[in-house]
Design a protein around this ligand. Structure first.
Ligand SMILES: [Ca+2]
Ligand SMILES: [Ca+2]
Length: 284
């Protein structure tokens, strides 16, 4: 029995250090209610969820184990908004900005300790890149990069060197997904969640995929998965792949009416917005 536990522990440790892989088909396994409405990341033992102004840490049963409700304290630039996040090597990467009147300023990649959720350092934004907003980011574990996506002008994604924090290049997405929210890098390919379904008309949101492996200045964006299995059409947010299980994780909000990125009342049957983590098992 003791030997079995040790083997299991070793397996979990090994899973935490390997890169995620991408499947072709995923089936909904469970839905976990969470507090945050923006982003999701996972390491071998925990889920990390971002609200617009809070960082949360959950165990994989969905129990809240930690939270930082003052994530902007000590940051080099003023901030009021966290988008989709990622976690790598014991650090949470968060795309942060001041979001006002439909546009972002003071963009930064803030890096937090995944153990304590406390801020450690920030990677500075290169304004000359043309990026005007950060809705989400992804660590490219294989390519040693951090990529940022832009909700206001979604034509490009912007890559920074993971080791030095220096801006490296941008990639032209063709065609441009509508209202992108979260990104995640796996095997040199980028998964992109798009809030392109109109919840008023019960239209599902979508996931897209773009292959960045050839290093070119452009990438073809292909439809990857239509999210018809959400409990109600709403606002899709961040996404990730669990390194321990290869499960696809997608955060989505429902119940509130969103107009130009702002909550404007609720749909019938709702008196608040619900935030849910959809966990999909890989079928093949
Ligand atoms: Ca968002
Ligand atoms: Ca939507």
């Amino acid at each position: 029995m003791k030997r079995l536990s040790i083997i299991l522990l070793l397996l979990v440790a090994a899973a935490g250090s390997r890169a995620q892989t991408l499947g072709e088909e995923y089936r909904l396994r469970r839905v976990i209610p969470v507090e945050g409405r923006q982003g999701i990341a996972a390491d071998s033992a925990y889920y990390y969820v971002s609200g617009s102004t809070v960082l949360y840490k959950y165990d994989k049963q969905g129990r809240l184990v930690a939270c930082n409700d003052r994530p902007f304290e000590g940051l080099p630039l003023a901030a009021n908004h966290i988008g989709d996040i990622d976690v790598w090597n014991g650090e949470i990467y968060a795309g942060i900005e001041t979001f006002e009147d439909g546009r972002g300023e003071h963009i930064q990649v803030a890096v937090y300790d995944a153990e304590t959720l406390l801020w450690k350092r920030s990677i500075a934004w290169e304004p000359a890149s043309g990026q005007v907003e950060v809705c989400g980011l992804a660590v490219d574990r294989d390519g040693g990069m951090v990529w940022m996506a832009d909700w206001v002008d979604g034509r490009y994604v912007y890559g920074y060197d993971l080791a030095t924090g220096k801006y490296v290049r941008k990639v032209h997405l063709r065609p441009v997904p509508q209202w992108q929210q979260g990104i995640f890098m796996v095997d040199g390919r980028m998964l992109i969640s798009a809030d392109d379904g109109d919840a008023d008309l019960d239209e599902p949101d979508n996931l897209h995929i773009a292959d960045l492996r050839d290093g070119k200045s452009y990438a073809a964006v292909l439809p990857w998965r239509m999210m018809t299995d959400f409990r109600r059409a709403g606002e899709i947010e961040g996404l990730a792949i669990d390194p321990a299980t290869d499960e696809l994780l997608v955060l989505s909000n429902r119940g509130s009416r969103i107009v130009l990125g702002m909550v404007r009342g609720f749909y019938p049957g709702y008196d608040r917005e619900l935030h849910e983590l959809y966990v999909y098992e890989r079928v093949k």
